[in-house]
Ligand binder design. Structure first.
Ligand SMILES: *Cc1c(COP(=O)(O)O)cnc(C)c1O
Length: 677
């Protein structure tokens, strides 16, 4: 059998849809020199993503090769459990000298995932040992990626990768990378948190998303203030990737724990490290019977060959003045991107930090490429013909060359990428609306919306009543709220709910079609009502209607039809709409028998989709006070851990003002009105 056949017969490739893989002959790399990979036919390719973000000084660098060979002549591996070894000691010393001041201990493992896993377990145990047994939760960023082991996946927020494992994961809180949201999260959860985990400056696998300046520093100060450990995952960003040795240095921040891997050995061997401060380390010192020991370790932690490679790589930083060479390369890359890639029509945005680049492709600013169009993968397939290896993140084309890339190679890399993007985006593409594919993350939206998205646990649970109360309160607080009810069924002939909302918001001057673009007569699910009217509801149409409505005020209150999975069309539900709009969600539940199950199921689905749920409001929809009513909120809270914001009482005369007063008295409304995204 040929190598191609053997690969297809025996290998299972990571992060690879194997069915498609088996359809094409694989590209087999045999050797490499510097920034070039060479395949079994002798063809050369520029390594445009540093062999998945790991390579630093180029491949087969004589100095690193020699260091590994020299160590190999002595010993390849000995354990760090109960024994010490020369290269691991020297590497630890070196890392402490280079890292942000205060990180003084090094725990070795073998991958980015384990480095994060170690940091998680250390922070958890640290809080337990300090006597903060209740600090058991972790906070992470939306769209976070911290590795593929179960602990690191629990922190993760990338739906495609993580959704299926949901039942195995521990619950993690997520925030968007904005200072406001972070402050809010700490204000509400600061005392339950063991640690806040983040990728400083750039969220890599999320699509090269840049955090706002000052965010890291604010994270540092909030963690200090609330007794929460700060874990910086610099697996991708360290070792010059963002222009400095560590990304944390750009905001003068020392985290309590720092996870390192990818570039640590120059990208040659699997070495990872978790660095800790004295304060953290000292908590683990004590007599054996005190049981303070950190019981964790990997067979190959501190591997001698890997540590020797890492030492050689760090020496090269000094010898070749690697960091000093970066500013001009970063600038050259930026200039070439501006010149060659920015003008391409399907390039929505270029995000660059140092030598990390994400080129975000869209069909049009408001219309992303859907996953099945595989636009990123097509660009990367085409760019191979131009002698470049890339790997995309969805519709984001990533450039992440070794730091040793030359100016000529920067031009080659960008020019080849530009040609491939032009070719891939000009092909006629299969189209199928796939609503789930619009990321809720901010950079997608033309303008960030402010507002709230009401979802019910069922139909007839009091959503409109809550909507009327909220709109009235919002007005009283000086906002200019606009309601949006994309579809109302059972309109006979007027959409009464939408009109109630419009009148509560005092925007009667707005045409009904702005508030409620689709009104149907039969009182059935929107998908069926639309079908009966020979109409097809699409996400794109509803989104543009939402933006049109939003333009008439400063706070959009969206009332979705029915429950979380009520269908608008065959492949569009309330939950998809919520995901696309990205607004914080308020779940409205009927306070009556059966609500615990309904509410818990709705919450489970919202969580599965990583949607930002602010809390639950119960509504007493009848005056009959049954025994369960007083206890439902508590039981739902205990079962789901979600905040119950309050119970809206039954009003015999539900005028907007009376509803607003009742809501203000019984429900924690501040979190709803004061939490724009
Ligand atoms: C790649 C990566 C990881 C996981 O590292 P592995 O070595 O693949 O386990 C963790 N965190 C970040 C930020 C990464 O980019």
């Amino acid at each position: 059998m040929t190598l191609h056949e053997l690969d297809r017969a025996y290998l299972w490739h990571p992060f690879t849809p194997m069915r498609e893989w088996l359809a094409d002959p694989p590209l087999v790399i045999e050797r490499a020199e510097g920034t070039e990979l060479i395949d079994t036919d002798g063809r050369r390719y520029l390594d445009g993503v540093s062999s998945l973000w790991v390579n630093v000084h180029g491949h087969a660098h004589p100095a690193i090769n020699a260091a590994i060979a020299e160590q190999l002549g002595k010993v390849a591996h000995t354990t760090l459990l109960g024994l010490a070894s020369t290269p691991s000691i020297l590497l630890a010393e070196k890392l402490v000298a280079l890292a942000p001041p205060g990180l003084s201990r090094v725990f070795f493992s073998d991958s980015g995932s384990t480095a994060v896993e170690v940091a998680l377990k250390i922070s958890f145990q640290f809080q337990q040992l300090r006597g903060f047994a209740h600090r058991t939760k972790f906070l992470a960023l939306h769209n976070a990626y911290h590795g593929d082991t179960i602990g690191s996946v629990s922190l993760g927020g990338i739906d495609t990768f993580h959704r299926i494992f949901q039942p195995l994961l521990f619950h993690t809180l997520h925030v968007n990378p904005t200072i406001d949201e972070l402050q809010q999260a700490f204000a509400s959860h600061g005392n339950e948190l063991a640690a806040f985990v983040l990728e400083p400056l750039v969220q890599g696998a999320a699509g090269i998303l840049l955090s706002p300046p000052g965010f890291l520093r604010e994270a540092r100060s909030l963690c200090h203030k609330h007794g929460v450990l700060l874990i910086a995952d610099e697996v991708a960003t360290a070792f010059g990737r963002t222009g400095t040795m560590f990304a944390c240095q750009q905001e003068g921040v020392t985290p309590d724990l720092l996870a390192l891997a990818k570039g640590l050995s120059g990208g040659y061997l699997p070495v990872a490290a978790t660095m800790a401060t004295d304060e953290v380390f000292h908590q683990f010192l004590g007599l054996p019977e005190e049981r303070l020991t950190f019981f964790h370790g990997h067979s190959f932690g501190g591997n001698a060959l890997g540590c020797a490679a890492a030492l050689a790589s760090l020496e090269l930083f000094e010898r070749e003045q690697t960091l000093a060479s970066l500013p001009s390369k970063i600038a050259a890359l930026r200039a070439r991107l501006d010149e060659k890639i920015s003008p391409l029509p399907q390039v929505f945005e270029i995000r660059q930090k140092g030598l990390m680049v994400g080129i975000d492709l869209r069909r049009s600013p408001s219309r992303p490429y859907y996953p099945e169009e595989a636009i990123g993968a097509r660009v990367c397939q085409i760019v191979r013909r131009h002698g470049v290896i890339l790997r995309p993140l969805g519709s984001v084309v990533v450039l992440m060359p070794p730091l040793s890339i030359t100016f000529d190679q920067i031009d080659r890399l960008v020019d080849a990428t530009a040609a491939a993007i032009a070719e891939a985006t000009s092909e006629s593409l299969p189209t199928r609306p796939a609503p789930l594919s619009i990321p809720p993350q901010a950079s997608a939206a033309p303008a960030p919306l402010r507002g709230i998205f009401l979802i019910g646990t069922d139909t007839g649970v009091g959503k409109t009543t809550v909507g009327v109360a909220l709109l009235t309160l919002a007005r009283a607080r000086g906002l200019a709220p606009v309601p949006f009810k994309p579809v109302e069924t059972g309109a006979a002939p007027d959409p009464e709910d939408a009109l109630r909302l419009r009148s509560a918001a005092r925007c009667n001057a707005l045409p009904r079609e702005i508030i409620c673009p689709y009104a149907f007569y039969p009182p059935v699910a929107p998908a069926l009502a639309a079908e009966q009217a020979s109409t097809h509801l699409t996400l794109a149409d509803i989104l543009s209607a939402a933006r049109r409505a939003a333009a008439h005020g400063d706070f959009l209150l969206v009332e979705s039809a029915g429950g979380v999975l009520s269908p608008y069309s065959d492949n569009l539900t309330s939950a998809d709409l919520a995901a696309a709009l990205g607004l914080p969600i308020l779940l409205v539940a009927r306070n009556a028998l059966g609500t615990i199950n309904h509410t818990a199921l709705a919450i489970a689905e919202l969580r599965r989709r990583h949607l930002p749920l602010t809390g639950v409001v119960f509504v007493n929809t009848t005056p009959v006070a049954t025994l369960d009513r007083a206890h439902n909120p508590r039981l739902v809270r205990a079962l789901t851990g979600v905040r119950v914001l309050g119970v809206l009482p039954f009003l015999a005369l539900p005028t907007p003002d009376a509803l607003a007063a009742a809501l203000r008295l019984n429900v924690d409304v501040d979190v709803l009105l004061a939490s724009p995204r």
